[in-house]
Design a protein around this ligand. Structure first.
Ligand SMILES: *Cc1c(COP(=O)(O)O)cnc(C)c1O
Length: 390
């Protein structure tokens, strides 16, 4: 045997768990002849509202979370001259949608422990132009929503939650999506806690917002394809009321979503188990481990992000390299937006404005956490990291 053959297989940073149920549902959809937005997307939307336990909620399926965030802000009337506050410690999708609408992004720092948006920084950044705030539930741990909703109420701001990491996550026993913000958007991208390949869901209790988002999801048409082609009365008539977008989810993708959603609680339990195994295995190392949810609350555990503590024998890049050399994928969440050329240059940003995010960024990396990992995979990651930090 060669040395290479002895090497364990590469452990990717993320992998989806797609079962026979998803595959059979996709095949059924393909055979049905209805492959774009149709009955399965409608069912996925109904079941999503039911999953959140709030049948009054409007769930609007879209082809990405980015699309959903864009639709939510558009429906809220965000436009040129407006400011939207969000965290620097996120993926660019959270902020880019504000620029699609010609409004400006005001980035603020995160909490040094949770890496979630700091409510005090939000309040300090409010100006007469501020229209909305977009919290992100970093890694699947809820942002401080009671504080953010209170600030929004006092200042008359809209709240759009980027819940790309937060299915399922709770605050005060209530699932994210039902907390009373204006809109909440989930992602079903390949590496998220459930996936449709590409996809997302916009949820809102606001009927007018839901109506506008549904129209803008499909070209600004006043009726969607499902209504047009399946109504009992044949109807070819539609009206274009705005230059809308092409953001609809396909029934092929919804077929995956129907079964992923049924598994979402089980997926969360397995992710929480892996997080607990990491907590135990990595205890005592010069690492700051990710914060747990408060007792009784759900943490979606989309990410398991660790930070090197003071006195660690290696830096972040060396730790990531050691994992890679041992055949383990990891990632960095995030290169903060204030470090990205577009955001840095447009708003003249300096790292010193974001000390918590900057300090975290320099020391953090995310370990693999997904349901297809075995306990042995988790222990393999632990062993390599213990070796690197000895
Ligand atoms: C993945 C992600 C998005 C974008 O999701 P898509 O479905 O890929 O558009 C937005 N915000 C955050 C924080 C994400 O991690």
């Amino acid at each position: 045997m060669t040395a290479d053959a002895d090497k364990p297989p590469f452990l990717p940073f993320a992998l989806p768990e797609i079962g026979d149920e998803e595959i059979a549902e996709v095949v059924d959809t393909l055979k049905s002849g209805w492959v774009t937005t149709g009955p399965k997307t409608a069912r996925f939307e109904r079941e999503f509202s039911a999953f959140l336990g709030d049948e009054a909620l409007h769930s609007i399926a879209v082809n990405s979370a980015t699309a959903g965030l864009h639709l939510a802000l558009e429906a809220l009337g965000i436009g040129p001259g407006d400011e939207v506050i969000t965290t620097t410690h996120t993926f660019t999708a959270t902020a880019e949608v504000v620029r699609y609408l010609g409004a400006d992004v005001v980035l603020v720092d995160c909490d040094p422990v949770t890496l979630n948006i700091d409510p005090r920084a939000v309040e300090a950044a409010i100006t007469p132009r501020t229209k909305a705030v977009m919290p992100v539930h970093f890694g699947g741990l809820a942002a401080d929503m009671p504080a953010i909703l209170d600030i929004a109420r006092r200042h008359g701001l809209k709240v759009v939650e980027d819940a790309a990491h937060a299915l399922p996550t709770t605050v005060g026993g209530q699932l994210v999506g039902t907390l009373g913000s204006d809109a909440t958007v989930f992602s079903f991208y390949a590496n998220k806690t459930m996936t449709t390949g590409e996809g997302g869901m916009l949820v809102t209790r606001d009927a007018a917002l839901a109506k506008r988002a549904k129209v803008m999801r499909l070209h600004g048409m006043s009726r969607d394809a499902f209504d047009r082609f399946t109504a009992t009365v044949p109807s070819w008539y539609y009206e274009i009321v705005a230059p809308g977008f092409k953001y609809n989810l396909t029934d092929i993708a919804a077929s995956l979503g129907l079964h992923q959603l049924r598994k979402a609680q089980g997926f969360q339990q397995r992710r929480a188990q892996i997080a607990a195994q990491y907590h135990a295995g990595l205890a005592g190392l010069p690492l700051v481990l990710p914060a747990d949810a408060p007792a009784g609350e759900l943490h979606a555990w989309h990410l398991y992000t660790v930070r090197l503590a003071d006195g660690a024998p290696v830096d972040r890049d060396a730790a990531v390299q050691a994992l890679f050399d041992a055949g383990i994928g990891c990632s960095v969440h995030y290169i903060p937006l204030h470090q990205q050329p577009y955001w840095r240059e447009r708003y003249g940003l300096q790292p010193a404005q974001f000390p918590n995010s900057q300090r975290a960024y320099e020391r953090l990396f995310s370990l693999p956490i997904y349901t297809r990992m075995t306990d042995a995979d988790v222990q393999r990651v632990v062993a390599v990291l213990r070796g690197a930090l000895r």
